[in-house]
Design a protein around this ligand. Sequence first.
Ligand code: ATP
Ligand code: MG
Length: 594
Amino acid sequence: MSHSTNPTNTPPSTPAPSNFIRQIIEADLAAAKHARRRWSGQPGPQVGAGDTAVGLDPAKIRTRFPPEPNGYLHFGHAKSICLNFGLARDYGGACHLRFDDTNPEKEEQEYVDSIIDAVRWLGFDWGQNQYFASNYFDWMYAFAEKLIEGGHAYVDSQSADEMRANRGTLTEAGKNSVFRDRSVAENIDLFRRMKAGEFADGAHILRARIDMASGNINLRDPALYRIRRATHHNTGDTWCIYPMYTFAHPIEDALENITHSICTLEFEDQRPFYDWLLARLGDAGCINLPPPQQIEFARLNLSYVVLSKRKLIQLVEEKHVAGWDDPRLPTLVGARRRGYTAAGFRRFAEMIGVSKAHQEIDYAILEACMRDDLGETAPRRIAVLDPVKLIIDNYPDGQTEECFAPNHPQKPDLGKRSVPFSRELWIEREDFVETPSKGYFRLFPGNKVRLRYGYVVECTGCEKDAAGTITAVHCTYLAETKSGTPGADSVKVKGNIHWVSAAHSLACDVRLYDRLFKVAHPGSGDRDFLDDINPESLTVITAQLEPALKDALPEQSFQFERHGYFVADRIDSKPDAPVFNRTVGLKDSWNAGK
Ligand code: ATP
Ligand code: MG
């Protein structure tokens, strides 16, 4: 864990546009809402009052990103991470990374580690504010007893079926449990015995005592604790009762002195319970006041991907993809391997903003953000992806000369590099045709083109094998036309193609990734989402690359001229033998009727 004193050390990007969450925060700051916080001397992590560890004024905002460590983070989480850490950064507050690990069954260390890596990779730092909800089990238990003492909770011993039957429906009130009026003493006794392991799983639950007739079903005496004999990844077998998420989460927020608890819209109906619980715990002196405020926003829905953890797990476990970090998956580890950038995600999060309205974002917008970021940062290189030989018949055999290609045409200060030129080159197969259609300006017999950064050549013909496949293209070069020399423009041509010298090039595996699903809404209607998998989402080719690419470091991104952005695979690249992944094309070819 890093111990930076700046909890969110990301450099501010362009000022974020305002949104309804920012307006709430600004109003709270103007009213000094949290500066008036009463400190109860609560148990739990004392991250608020006098908290010099993170050098933070208790009046400042605190947000949190609270993943459940039961899967890898995906693009939807990136929206939440950028939002929560971005707010803390912009308002000089802190954002906590909290593992919401109250469910003993599905959580694993592997996921904890991957979440830490992913949030850090996105460019955020939580300083010392890393917490595990399971470390609060003692406080949760103590608070539950406080609720019982105040008459706000009771042990219910109905069967699961009875409880379901008595819950009522959207139009019909529920019925009170016959156990609802147990005395405080009896409830405390039963609850302690639940904790002590005297009862079988499911024999009793602890419920809030609110209102079985409430129009909001979530307020019909929701469950707070259940008996569950399961080994927890952090607390082992210490507990055989576990708090329900809806009970645990507000307590986690309150113990950490969160000011704004930002979550997705499906929790809107839970907000009355969130507020009810914290008001009772406030009255009982258990937490600092005012309590955190829950604010909901619309989750990210993105076309052409699935963001459900269940579906992502299925894709991995059934091996439709090569693992959690498969570059086609919308996981952050996958994106990283694909060559998507953290800055691209931050750009995307700012561009889509936050709102309460359900929104679906076109995948092309995410790709455009990656393209924009890479366009600024990625050096240019030359790669021939579908190679065919070009033989320059009047160029001396065995001769090599240097041509110079700019590393970034918009950034001359990044300089030029030398690329070798010789008699035999690799060019793209599609840059030659025997019979051109109208508007085709590249190589065909009798036509002249510029070999980019090199010479103008005139095409003289081609060779074919028995099957009629073109095996080599022939041309002659015009010696006075070398780029960068006074005669460069003496011959005007319309076509300009890229090439690499065959004697110097690096043959290399390149993985052409495409969208994993062939339709915008995988599995919509009655279809199985697996039936919408794009069978052409991965093609592996052997490309011919300019020799400088031999030195590519794992995770280094380049623009391959005329092709798009490619990254050296961070796992499979070896010293002097990189493997490249296509990140994104230069243009939105998918929507252009590809
Ligand atoms: P689960 O169904 O397992 O709860 P989840 O996607 O909600 O899945 P969490 O680990 O609970 O996963 O999510 C952590 C945080 O990320 C939560 O605050 C959640 O609201 C937010 N989040 C999850 N999915 C999205 C999404 N698609 N868009 C924005 N935020 C999201
Ligand atoms: Mg969740």
